[in-house]
Design a protein around this ligand. Structure first.
Ligand SMILES: Nc1ncnc2c1ncn2[C@@H]1O[C@H](COP(=O)(O)OP(=O)(O)OP(=O)(O)O)[C@@H](O)[C@H]1O
Length: 286
């Protein structure tokens, strides 16, 4: 099978006023059609950087990416993006938000395109359980509903891959579980290929078919884990022994990586600081 996404030695160094920050080591991986891949790793390891590069919102320092075999440079309709913070246009209704890019595109192309975009929008509103809110404005929606609109908007043009950056990070625990379940159902129903950044091990294992574990910054893939829980997943899975055992393995791996980086850092700190010789105060005899 040809990969939907191929990442070849993508790296990133940010220039800053105080020197350069190496966010990503040269990193390579492939994603096959229909895979739901999560990217997990310690805070600051370069997960968002990788996603932004793949979305075309950040230029890589080195390396290449290919979507369906074609080199991708800059943003494109073949990659949909959902951010952590709700990015809906507050002056547009739910339907108008979902149709926004289609409206821009079809204003140049004519009526039939817009008609099929509207049909697709209605189908997504139904799948997302948002039909009753089709004409509501973002201020009238809960956080979970806003994020469902953002997902529908990203899915409208049927992107080759959906990129999600901690999309449920700002939601309360219950809403988060509801939307996780909806996302699992939706990605299976639509056959969407997904790459999602998360720092939540439960979320990664519940949703994905594969997890890429990143090292601390500069990020690099330290393990590529197949998640073997099948297509139909309910929240009960999170209590199953095989889920808990894989969760433990991932937590150990993340802890080990974080400890290793902390120890390296402490070691460097100790080497940089020559300990001062102990001061001996002689007591004067009275
Ligand atoms: N525009 C920028 N300029 C300079 N440094 C940056 C920039 N964006 C990110 N960085 C640095 O690059 C590193 C990786 O950041 P990134 O946001 O990709 O990590 P992350 O794994 O997504 O973190 P988190 O899980 O905390 O969101 C961090 O050290 C961050 O400070």
């Amino acid at each position: 099978m040809n990969p939907i996404l191929e990442v070849q030695a993508v790296s990133k160094i940010y220039p800053t006023d105080t020197g350069s920050v190496e966010a990503l080591q040269p990193t390579s991986f492939k994603i096959e059609p229909g895979e739901f891949v999560t990217l997990i790793g310690p805070s600051g390891c370069g997960k968002t950087t990788m996603l932004f590069i793949l979305a075309g919102l950040e230029a890589p320092t080195g390396g290449y990416m290919f979507v369906k075999g074609r080199q991708a440079v800059g943003p494109g309709a073949d990659r949909g993006m959902v951010f952590q913070n709700y990015t809906l246009y507050p002056w547009l209704t739910v339907t108008e938000n979902i149709l926004f890019s289609a409206t821009l595109k079809t204003s140049r192309q004519g009526g039939d395109e817009l008609k099929s975009a509207k049909e697709r929008c209605n189908a997504l509103l139904y799948l997302m359980g948002l039909e009753a809110f089709a004409n509501a404005y973002p201020r009238e929606l809960s956080g979970g509903m806003k994020q469902r609109v953002a997902i529908a908007r990203a899915l409208l043009p049927r992107p080759a891959i959906l990129l999600m950056d901690e999309p449920f990070g700002a939601l309360d625990a219950q809403t988060r579980e509801e939307i996780q379940q909806l996302t699992a159902l939706l990605s299976r129903h639509e056959g969407t290929t997904v790459l999602m950044v998360t720092h939540d091990v439960d979320e990664a294992l519940f949703l994905s078919t594969r997890t890429l574990v990143f090292s601390p910054r500069p990020g690099a893939i330290v393990e590529d884990i197949t998640v073997p829980f099948g297509d139909v997943r309910t929240l009960d899975l999170k209590l199953a022994p095989e889920f808990i055992s894989l969760k433990r393995r991932m937590l150990d791996l993340l802890r080990h990586e974080t400890d290793r980086s902390r120890n390296d850092y402490l070691q460097r700190l100790l080497q940089a600081q020559q300990p001062e010789p102990p001061r001996i105060h002689k007591l004067r005899k009275p």
